[in-house]
Design a protein around this ligand. Sequence first.
Ligand code: G3D
Ligand code: MG
Length: 200
Amino acid sequence: MGNQLTEMAPNTSFLPTFQSVHVVVIGLDSAGKTSLLYRMKLREFVKTIPTKGFNMEKIKVAMGTSRCITFQVWDVGGQEKLRPLWKSYTRRTDGMVFVVDSTEVERMEEAKVELHKITRTSENQGVPVLILANKQDLPGALSEAEVEKLLTLHELCSSTLHHAQGCSALDGQGLQPGLEKLYEMILKRKKMQRHSKRKR
Ligand code: G3D
Ligand code: MG
């Protein structure tokens, strides 16, 4: 479920380890961003209320057996009037997590527009994106392949590493592999940036 660049980088063990990464969680209102944040932080499903501003948490995630990475996660409100703020939170971020409610087929077009808009801003050129197809525990949830198609991920800029992952904040499935993939994409991008700096 990714683009060519991500598939070219299956093994990152030769790369240096970055201990802390800055990640912003965005997506339409009610997609499950805050629930996912607290599932990652507390390893349990927490009853949420709509996010008016943002939540920030530092989350330690084990990567394989020898690495532990701290994700500094900003969860930003997804209501329409709050979306212009996404730009300021995504500035200088290492990676983005874009969450969709996989049961809301009718809102996929709206999600697609917002995803493409935020990845095209000049500050976010090439910032890796993990697309979380959330609420996989519910009947009728679209698969990650269907979400990938409806969000037209193949139309994202070729320099934007991306990966679609099904998950559920309710039971936690899909989160660990999704975060591992995001971290792998972040390392890959840092490596590409170092290479292009050296060439200059
Ligand atoms: P947001 O932060 O993106 O706006 P929330 O979304 O985390 O506040 O979640 C919105 C609603 O979806 C909440 O329900 C929450 O319990 C539910 N939800 C989030 N993730 C999942 C999931 O993986 N599975 C299921 N079944 N429900 C989920 P309410 O009823 O409070 O609106
Ligand atoms: Mg929220």
